[in-house]
Design a protein around this ligand. Sequence first.
Ligand code: BYC
Length: 341
Amino acid sequence: MPHPSTAQDSHAAPLRLADASDADAAAEEAEAGQARFDELIAEDSRIEPRDWMPADYRKSLARQISQHAHSEIIGMQPEGNWITRAPSLKRKAILMAKVQDEAGHGLYLYSAAETLGTARETFYDQLYTGRAKYSSIFNYPARTWADIGAIGWLVDGAAITNQVPLCRASYGPYGRAMVRVCKEESFHQRQGWEILHTLSHGTDEQHQMAQDAVDRFYGPALQMFGPPDTDSPNSQQSMAWNIKRFTNDELRQRFVDMIVPQAEALGLTLPDPDLAWNEERGHYDFGELDWDEFFAVLKGQGPLSSQRLEHYRRARDEGAWVREAAAAYARRQAAAEPVGA
Ligand code: BYC
């Protein structure tokens, strides 16, 4: 009988050789993959789910796309709150359609995110357990009907400004989802504008309601673009990977330039005494935003942060039986289906 250590060695040696050659093959594959990836990014082409991609690219995309999906889902809450109190049947029907669109956007985005190899249930759990971020803006209340107008005009307006460049994001499923989302967002912005225009040109009280809503949503809407560039750890790499096409500050500036004349047309003012046209820059200057408040909201200290999460959890728990029933029905249908039919 051979000595145990000899027996072990005689088996271990070929195994180590196999390990080494597997490792070499994997390294070669990664090198070729990286070269092809770099080439696709350099020529501004698309990366598709089956393509090789760096682990950090995959991770950062899953982070951004899932946060975006969560924002759409949580974003239904401030507006959903007004469906039963919309001032007319027509307004109610429009608002319902908009809220349904947001649910659809969430689903396109979870679908895009799961092509990166993480099950959507994992993303759902991250939101459910409060570990996931979603857009800061949805932690603010929608207090009056005019807020629904301000959300449409300012929040969806900011969303479009941010998302149109994302239609060219290097990751195929994300860019394609964005094209559809942006088309729907344009209708959303339009309905918000129309609500504010009606109120602004109504009674003094209605005008004041519209102005109050704009006063409350202006700052938080500008913060949707993210922290200032000097405080944005992800921007540089995301731009090098052609995920983001513009920095947070560039998009914020573009948005301010767009809404100043729109506010004038609405007959409303923007709550910033430093807002002024800068001839030299060819842009509007605007005042510093309250970044302490922004970072507090990101830590879960927004006015409605805990209510938003609680509501999501309750809806998810109460909807569990519907998901189970739908899954059981799908299983039964699949089992009953004749093969090849
Ligand atoms: N709120 O390095 P940065 C909608 C986080 S839905 C919360 O600049 P990045 C709608 C950021 O995630 C609109 N968190 O990050 C729906 C990062 O944290 P982590 C949602 C924010 O990714 C329903 C950290 O701060 N839109 O329109 O380069 C009804 C540092 O930031 C925020 C999208 O999601 C924020 N505002 O840039 C109506 C668009 N800003 O992940 C309307 C897609 C930053 O390192 N996302 N953070 O822990 C993006 O374009 C980018 O992710 C951002 C941030 C511009 C938002």
